[in-house]
Design a protein around this ligand. Structure first.
Ligand SMILES: [Zn+2]
Length: 142
């Protein structure tokens, strides 16, 4: 897995100006990529630490990192989420909104498809997962 430090070094090598703002955005992206953070949540986390960063600045940085192959972006219900760049399936829970990676047999399927010249770009499995975890769903106000 690529680290924020490696990405910042690569950006510097490519001649991108590394403002403290951009460094913070990159760090927050990589601290939260495992849980497929959304653009909106990323933006609000960044603003807690550095108020005044616009959502379009965060979006532009995400697009840049996707172009450079460090991350992958995908949409669920019109919301943009950050993901690791390697092809894998994501399971989204329709009850909690949690997104987790599915590896194992899915990887075998992807390899089979690729051997036939089919390259999947996004695999999303929608699921109902509450009840299987033994945790009550969040009720909002607490
Ligand atoms: Zn994923």
């Amino acid at each position: 897995m690529t680290s924020a430090g490696e990405v910042l070094a690569e950006l510097r090598r490519r001649g991108y100006r590394l403002t403290p703002q951009r460094a913070l955005i990159v760090e927050e992206i990589f601290a939260n990529v495992e849980r497929h953070i959304s653009l909106r949540e990323l933006h609000s986390r960044i603003n807690e630490k550095l108020p005044g960063v616009s959502i379009s600045t965060v979006h532009q940085t995400l697009k840049l990192l996707e172009e450079l192959g460090f991350i992958k972006l995908f949409e669920i219900d019109g919301r943009l989420h950050v993901d690791k760049p390697h092809i894998h399936a994501n399971i989204v829970c329709r009850d909690t909104g949690e997104i987790i990676d599915a590896d194992g047999e899915i990887t075998v399927l992807v390899e089979k498809l690729e051997s036939r010249g089919i390259r999947p770009v996004n695999i999303l499995i929608e699921a109902n997962c509450s009840g299987s975890r033994g945790e009550p769903p969040e009720t909002g106000k607490g």
